[in-house]
Design a protein around this ligand. Structure first.
Ligand code: G4P
Length: 529
């Protein structure tokens, strides 16, 4: 491999994920993106939520029963001269922890806003996570074929609530039944919308120039209204600025309707033009690994069990940070200090798994995992470092977990620790009791855990309610102070699945009081894996 071929591969690639509140249109956009990327012949095949036609990525029975997608799949497709990796994230809000971690493996995000609803709660949380790395954000305002809120007001809300500047790239012409298309501000083009074309790539119907008299012929008196509106919008909003976008401070905004397959391509044009090529990552050795480093490196951000019932295996998802993956290559599993040969890495295309011969920075490959790989593991060409920034998030829901058959305690603990290493759930062992507490970000995680304990570890477990409001990981540089804290707060301390110390707070008020009482102690909401 020459350095130049590595750089060419990097420059081609864009790796992104979609963040949105459930129902804003993420699945529909994914379909249209794949349609434009020619990965599917006809939109509507990614996931038929209500038709019972589940895509292959819906791997668990539970998913089928409930009609939700709890997996993260990865889709690679060509668009113009680029190769785009789209990391799908679980749509159901109960799986936000996986979603959060997937965001560490991308270089940019598309935020989808439902134009009738504006900024919704889940989007706020996800944006907080993208801020951990100042990820550049593109925005798609969806459902313009419906009655929506005033677009300027929507942008104000995004700026106010999400604290990011908006730079409209396109601007809608009409809405609902009168949605006519968009004015592409950057290209000075009017692009017309035709309804009923949702399932195929539309022929583009364009008028060049907002002052073009053709426009008056097409939309009559509304043309002048549009000109005035555009002047107003230009005055009231920010201009696109690449540097601010790359710093995560400004978002280019596109308008359209995913269902009508209109506007998604404008967004993709922006993505390949502006979004960063695969970026390097920080390590624990104060050394930044650049994507163009010829030596191979990557990190695992997700582990998934039973992706395919026929294979009954676990797959570790690795983001390649630098160098090239080649089939059969050896890499160093840094945590274990061992060399491993990777004979059969996988890629995932809309739920299908395929063997991959080579992969480059920004790509996601799947490694078969027989229990030796954990979330956050780093693989390198041979060097000893660990990528940082793959977080655990403090759970928001807690249950005490108990066995129906008390003889299988060891098996239960083993299962829970392994499931926590996969990130399926978090487990806490209080210092002061023999309880086992599981913590989750979403309710559904609890069901998955019981289901998997039964299927994979042959233990029947049940939950009991427990008075816990939140957990915080605790640290202190001063060993003496830390010891004193541990002694005094013993009854609330526990060890998590990764042997880190965590404070378990029965109420939020208790947490604040404890923080006041022990100002030297750092209480954190996220923990590096
Ligand atoms: P999600 O993955 O973010 O949860 O959203 P999804 O794409 O599943 O879309 C949620 C609902 O919004 C779907 O309707 C979908 O058809 C609809 N939708 C998405 N984009 C648009 C759009 O541009 N315009 C309009 N009018 N609707 C849109 P549903 O009734 O919940 O599901 P379905 O029966 O259509 O599958």
């Amino acid at each position: 491999m020459s350095k130049q071929s590595l750089i060419n591969e990097i420059n081609m690639r864009r790796t992104f994920a979609i963040i949105s509140h459930p129902d804003a249109g993420k699945t529909t956009i994914t379909e249209k993106v794949l349609l434009h990327g020619q990965k599917i012949q006809k939109a509507g095949t990614v996931k038929g939520k209500k038709s019972g036609q589940h895509a292959k990525s819906d791997w668990m029975e539970m998913e089928k029963e409930r009609g939700i997608s709890v997996t993260t799949s990865v889709m690679q497709f060509p668009y113009r001269d680029s190769l785009v990796n789209l990391l799908d994230t679980p749509g159901h809000e109960d799986f936000s922890e996986d979603t959060y971690r997937t965001l560490t493996a991308v270089d940019s995000c598309l935020m989808v806003i439902d134009a009738a609803k504006g900024v919704e709660e889940r989007t706020i949380k996800l944006m907080d996570v993208t801020r951990l790395r100042d990820t550049p954000i593109l925005t798609f305002v969806n459902k313009l074929d419906r009655d929506i809120r005033d677009p300027l007001e929507l942008l104000d809300e995004v700026e106010d609530v999400l604290k990011i500047m908006c730079a409209p790239i396109t601007w809608p012409i009409g809405q609902g039944k009168n949605f006519k298309g968009v004015y592409h501000i950057a290209r000075d083009e009017i692009i017309f919308y035709k309804s009923g074309q949702g399932h195929r790539i539309q022929e583009v119907d364009i008028i060049k120039g907002i002052d073009n008299p053709e426009l008056d012929k097409r939309i009559g008196g509304y043309a002048d209204e549009l000109r005035d509106e555009i002047n107003l919008v230009k005055g009231a909003s920010n201009e696109f600025d690449l540097e601010l976008f790359l710093a995560g401070e400004l978002t280019p905004v596109f308008f359209g309707t995913a269902l009508g397959n209109f506007g998604v391509d404008h967004m993709l044009d922006g993505l390949v033009e502006w979004a960063p090529t695969p970026m390097g990552r920080n390590t624990d050795k104060e050394e930044f690994v650049d994507a163009a480093n010829e030596k191979f490196s990557g990190f695992v951000f997700k582990i998934q069990a039973n992706m395919d019932p026929r294979h009954r295996d676990r797959v570790a998802f690795m983001r390649i940070v630098s160098g090239k993956y080649e089939q059969g290559m050896k890499m160093k599993h840094v945590r274990l200090g061992k060399e491993v040969r990777i004979a059969d890495a996988l890629t995932f295309v809309a739920g299908d798994r395929e063997h991959v011969d080579e992969a480059w920075p920004g790509d996601i490959i799947g490694l078969h995992n027989h229990g030796t790989i954990q979330i956050g593991d780093t693989f390198t060409w041979g060097d000893e470092f660990k990528f940082t920034g793959i977080p655990n998030f403090a759970p928001e829901l807690f249950r005490r977990i108990r066995l129906k058959d008390p003889l299988k305690q060891k098996q239960l603990l083993k299962g829970l620790v392994q499931l926590s290493e996969e990130g399926a759930v978090q487990v806490f062992r209080p210092l002061a009791s023999n309880d086992l507490i599981v913590g989750a970000v979403g309710m559904l995680q609890f069901d998955v855990v019981v289901h998997r304990l039964r299927a994979e570890y042959k233990v029947e477990a049940i939950y009991e309610n427990i008075q816990v409001a939140t957990a915080r990981w605790v640290y202190c540089d001063d060993a003496k102070k830390f010891e004193e804290f541990q002694r005094k707060a013993q009854h609330n301390l526990s060890i998590d699945g990764g042997n880190a110390l965590a404070y378990i707070a029965p109420t939020m008020a208790n947490l604040s009081l404890t923080q006041e009482r022990f100002p030297e102690i750092t209480f954190t909401h996220t923990k590096e894996v």
